[in-house]
Design a protein around this ligand. Structure first.
Ligand SMILES: Nc1ncnc2c1ncn2[C@@H]1O[C@H](COP(=O)(O)OP(=O)(O)O)[C@@H](O)[C@H]1O
Ligand SMILES: [Mg+2]
Length: 393
């Protein structure tokens, strides 16, 4: 189902009053690159002090920014040589999930002994690294922390390469759910009541016989310790969720115009709306130039496909070329044009399917080279962040 065309706009104007930008979307579409390009433009063009936080284990951002290895601590990115770089500052950091978890435990566990017991538990390593949405939760949590510190005018966060783009939005509530879940209560029950402890003992013994050692007891003890952080986690995950819904926080959905990613992006956009999160714009990345879908160009290519022999016969002698070779080249050219224009038409259809979002869809062309330095990022940024004075705001 297609809908009305999307409104016009650019990221410079749409993000003007924002202090947090969250780049989310399906995997591999250019989220990390877009996050870095947005950060760069806000620093260079608007003279803001910007932090870009990436969670991407592929270390794309570190490559893109020419930094060998980004740490958890923000490092400043060299902007000299870029047109317009003035007072603005670009900082970048890479989220370290296990360090972020350790910090959460240190913050919320009631005392030093509990902190040490949790951190040294073998189960802790498994839970913190394998817990579904672990990356997503700590990313959202770290965003909250950085925002509270107030060191930057703008924080741009790149979301983790999760199975589903929606996971990032759900992470805070999933964390709260986890702490108050029935399973957790059931595991903890023997520790809370003597009576239940005795009642569940035969089961525990059987399970231990099957699983080996005092497995269940160990699990229960671990969760008991973990549960001591309940209050902190619940309060904090609510605060994180509120921050995501704050008017100063904008989401930018990045997608390509291939059917699969576009479909996932549409789902994400609906979910953002249902949660009351503010979607500033959609970035349609790696798209073909729109002229390829132009009927005049398509008609010319169709004619060339049909008449390439006659055209070659007429033109080749004047150009001093062999007619047969020229004919082959023109036929190939016409076929390529047709193929590309098919893709461009399909992309236009997919773009139409994003019209329901009622926010601008900003096209970013597929550059011929990989984007692996600040100049490449600036080239990308140009496509959604016009220079002041060059366009009506
Ligand atoms: N507009 C573009 N033109 C050319 N290459 C791009 C463009 N956008 C992203 N890329 C490249 O695509 C790859 C994936 O981008 P990345 O930002 O890491 O995606 P994601 O974070 O969504 O997984 C990178 O190699 C990046 O340089
Ligand atoms: Mg990425």
């Amino acid at each position: 189902m297609t809908s009305a065309p999307s409104p016009e706009g650019n990221l410079r104007d749409l993000l003007q009053s924002k202090s947090i930008v969250i780049c989310c979307g399906p995997g591999g579409v250019g989220k990390t690159t877009t996050a870095a390009a947005i950060g760069l433009m806000a620093a260079v063009r608007e003279n803001k002090k910007v932090l870009v936080v990436t969670v991407d284990p592929a270390l794309r951002l570190s490559d893109a920014l020419g930094v060998d290895r980004l740490g958890d601590q923000p490092s400043r990115i060299e902007l000299s040589g870029l047109q317009g770089s003035g007072k603005g500052e670009l900082w970048a950091s890479m989220l370290n999930t296990s360090l972020a978890w350790d910090n959460l435990v240190r913050r919320y566990a009631p005392d030093q002994a509990t902190i040490e017991k949790i951190l040294s538990s073998t189960l802790y390593a498994n839970v913190s690294r394998r817990f579904v949405q672990s990356h997503d939760y700590v990313a959202a949590e770290r965003l909250y922390e950085l925002h509270q510190d107030g060191d930057y005018d703008l924080i741009v966060i790149d979301t983790p390469p999760s199975r589903h783009a929606i996971d990032f939005l759900d992470a805070p509530s999933k964390m709260a759910e986890f702490f108050s879940s029935k399973l957790l209560r059931w595991i903890l029950a023997p520790y809370r009541s003597r009576w239940v402890g005795l009642a569940s003992r035969p089961f525990t013994q059987i399970a231990d016989r099957i699983l080996g050692g005092a497995f269940l007891a160990e699990v229960a003890e671990f969760f008991y310790l973990f549960h001591s952080m309940y209050e902190g986690f619940i309060t904090r995950s609510t605060a994180v969720e509120n921050l995501l819904a704050d008017p100063a926080c904008a989401f930018v959905v990045v997608t390509t115009l291939s059917p699969g990613p576009r479909h996932e992006a549409s789902y994400l956009i609906r979910e953002l709306g249902q949660r009351g999160f503010h979607l500033a714009a959609i970035v349609a990345n790696k798209v073909l130039p729109s002229y390829l879908a132009d009927p005049v160009g398509r008609a010319a290519a169709a004619r060339l496909r049909q008449d390439h022999e006659a055209i070659s016969a007429a033109v080749a002698p004047q150009a001093g070329l062999e007619s047969e070779i020229l004919s082959g080249v023109l036929a190939e050219l016409a076929r390529n044009y047709r193929d590309y224009s098919h893709v461009a038409l399909r992309e236009a259809e997919e773009r139409g399917r994003l019209g329901f979002a009622k926010c601008p869809v900003l096209d970013v062309a597929h550059l011929e080279h990989d984007i692996d330095d600040v100049f490449g990022l600036a080239e990308m940024g140009e496509m959604f962040w016009p220079q002041r004075g060059s366009q009506q705001s």
